[in-house]
Ligand binder design. Structure first.
Ligand SMILES: [Fe+2]
Ligand SMILES: [Fe+2]
Length: 372
């Protein structure tokens, strides 16, 4: 009997998990694929994870009717930190198995040698890497490392196409955006009926203040900014809140705020950065100066920007729903070298403004001269 274990937090399960699971069954000619939600993933402690019961129910709904796929509550029942070596040994001993596969993603494979008792995992199972992009060099290096450290081979299964992440689903749901292309409809109903992944008052405010299209943009800025913050060692929570609130004044009229003072000769496109900072501070009670400043200069930039300001400025330009000509190139530059990419973003924006006959705001010119 050929069996594989596919573990993860599944917070929540989404269309990509389903695609991967079906592909694994087919590609490895499995008799059974066990989906094993973790109780607390050792590498994810501290991240917001909803109760195991909800995650389990959504998995059961998502894989209902799949003969060869079974959702297993072993780690949830066991409780405590879920260590893969224990799960693998449990399956190996409980079922009499000819072959046991253990599924890992690229990010997991990289850290595999640092897991608890990796040699015990490899004694009871063989690793299967789910590859999402062709020939990623970190995958090659990780495979070579596992080969040389443990004398073990890694089977590779390619699952290409658009990727979905659980993080995206949580942000979409918190902003009241539809999940229909991200999770099966029964899972979407479950999430809505149980009001899962609803966040704080700030999210509710943005949901009320902005139309759907703008919230899709905001979700993109949150995802891009938090991922940049993680990579660059900036404060991820501040990046999230700044991104969430950066466009809150986009549909507000400054005349409705009697105490608000707009810098003189501010073009219409730029008003919302100043008004946004005002609303965040006065109406929403945001006290964090770093966050307020990141909102205040997100459109224009300025000289001597903090790392957080740069992250919000860049994320606003390159987030996934932006479609303008040249955006793909900017994303590549940012991926290669954030600080160099930031300068290129500034230059491109000024170039675009000049070409379209618009005036360049003095603060933006100052920023350009400062960073050139
Ligand atoms: Fe904006
Ligand atoms: Fe924006």
């Amino acid at each position: 009997m050929k069996v594989a274990i596919f573990g993860g937090s599944f917070n929540p399960v989404h269309n990509d998990h389903i695609k991967i699971a079906n592909r694994l069954v087919e590609e490895l000619s499995l008799d059974k694929l066990f989906i094993v939600p973790t109780f607390v993933a050792p590498h994810k402690q501290g991240e917001e994870v909803i109760s195991g019961e909800h995650r389990l129910q959504m998995l059961k709904i998502a894989f209902e009717g799949c003969d060869k796929i079974e959702v297993c509550d072993y780690e949830l029942k066991k409780g405590g930190i879920s260590y893969s070596y224990q799960t693998v040994e449990h399956f190996k001993h409980t079922l009499s198995l000819e072959k046991l596969y253990f599924i890992v993603g690229s990010d997991m494979l990289e850290n595999f040698p640092t897991w608890k008792y990796p040699e015990r995992i490899l004694k009871s199972s063989s690793l299967v890497l789910v590859e999402r992009k062709n020939g990623e060099s970190c995958d090659e290096q990780s495979i070579l490392k596992i080969n040389s450290l443990f004398n073990a081979s890694v089977t590779r299964v390619k699952v290409f196409g658009e990727t979905v992440s659980s993080t995206k689903i949580r942000v979409y749901q918190a902003l009241g955006l539809p999940l229909s292309n991200l999770v099966p409809s029964a899972v979407e109903s479950y999430i809505l009926n149980n009001s899962l992944y609803k966040q704080n008052e700030l999210y509710s405010y943005v949901e009320r203040a902005l139309p759907q299209k703008r919230r899709v943009h905001v979700a993109g800025v949150i995802l891009t900014a938090t991922s940049l913050a993680k990579k660059l060692g900036a404060d991820v929570k501040k990046a999230e809140i700044s991104a969430l609130l950066h466009d809150i004044a986009k549909y507000e009229n400054p005349d409705n705020f009697s105490d608000f003072k707009l810098p003189s000769e501010t073009p219409e496109d730029i008003v919302h950065q100043y008004l946004g900072e005002y609303i965040a501070r006065i109406k929403l009670g945001v006290l964090d100066e770093d966050v307020l400043t990141a909102i205040k200069y997100h459109t224009t930039g300025r000289p001597q920007m903090s790392l957080l300001e740069k992250i919000i400025y860049v994320a606003d330009i390159i987030e996934p729903s932006r479609m303008f000509l040249g955006v793909e190139q900017l994303r590549e530059e940012i991926k290669k070298d954030f600080f160099q990419g930031f300068k290129i973003c500034l230059e491109e924006i000024v170039d675009f403004l000049l070409k379209s006959g618009k005036e360049v705001y003095p603060l933006t010119l100052d920023a350009l001269n400062y960073y050139k």
